[in-house]
Design a protein around this ligand. Sequence first.
Ligand SMILES: C[S@@+](CC[C@H](N)C(=O)[O-])C[C@H]1O[C@@H](n2cnc3c(N)ncnc32)[C@H](O)[C@@H]1O
Ligand code: SF4
Ligand code: SF4
Length: 357
Amino acid sequence: MLIFSKKFFKKISSVVPNRFKELVPKHVKNFLRGKYISRTVIIDIVGTCNLKCPSCPNGNVEKRNPVGMMNLGIFNKMLDKVALEHPGTTVAIYNWTDQFLHPQIIEFIKAIHKRGFKSRLSSNLNLLPVNLKEFAETNPGGITISLSGFTQKVYEIAHKGGDIEIIKENMRKLSMALREANVSTSVNVYYHKYKHNLDEVKLMEDFAKSLGFGFGADWAYFMPIEGVKRYIDGNAPEEDVKFIETNLALDIKKAVEVAKAFKDEPCLFPSTLLTIDWRGQVQLCCGVYDSSLFSLGSYLDMPWEIIESRLKNHPFCNECKKNGLHTYISWSSNEKIRPIYKKIAEESIKNNNTKNK
Ligand SMILES: C[S@@+](CC[C@H](N)C(=O)[O-])C[C@H]1O[C@@H](n2cnc3c(N)ncnc32)[C@H](O)[C@@H]1O
Ligand code: SF4
Ligand code: SF4
């Protein structure tokens, strides 16, 4: 019944012209989304990453979360529960980690597909699964390749510990393996734009397209949410402040100031996402990192009603919304914020160019 309703809602939504959708009050839209659209389920299958990007908690947080790997048996049990609670969902196997570190990655993808879910992956692509042929044949739903440069000198600034020449070689191998497997996986390169790497966007775009991959570039931001809060409160470590102020085009202070005007807008994460770490612990959302503060309990041990209530009533959310941080962290999908943030980033590029002349 639930799945029929969700399909029905999606179908109706796809045929209703936008001008009519715009007449529907936002709170009604949010209610309908929460009730009828499947929640995306995010499950980290490992507890760490091979890189230390300074914009990511793996590179900017001293107190790291526990490290380990998810057991395939537990993953299967969790998927069985997901199938009852969120039929027809998409399962993304990354949040603060890189799923290609798990030696059983192929089995995890097969487990997702076996239950009729779509799979989503995102990787820095410094590593590929050992059996690339078998991996390609699983026909992953979608793969994002995240990077920030075309030459090593530029790439390594924001992707610390990675090697762009290895990535380019892995991109070639991946493209070939998917072609040979004749599957429908969509691969998209996501170029994180900073002040220092704009000259190389086109080089990477041409390279990605030559391999048959999609390409998108957008302004990089700083994560996690508690790290952004530390920075605006003046408590960020010196190294983070230096990176933020030298490299981020999207000036955090200006961006958060703008986001504050939208602080009363609801946060969509509690009704559209379910985030779980490699130990099977539900996390408050995909934007917070510290699992000692933001774990809500074991996914397998909690009935859905309890999980939903914990997702919707966490005290940190008031703090986050009061500062507009929920809008900052999800700005790319917010039509009102996007053009304002574009202006902020372009202005800081212009100022930077003038300063460097
Ligand atoms: C934290 S990463 C984890 C997955 C994988 N390690 C990766 O980097 O693709 C999750 C998503 O955040 C995106 N991301 C990482 N750093 C970012 C940044 N500074 N600004 C915007 N998006 C970023 C990545 O492109 C990726 O799709
Ligand atoms: S952004 Fe991705 S690649 Fe970079 S440190 Fe974070 S998880 Fe790793
Ligand atoms: S309000 Fe902030 S902390 Fe709470 S779910 Fe939304 S983004 Fe996460």
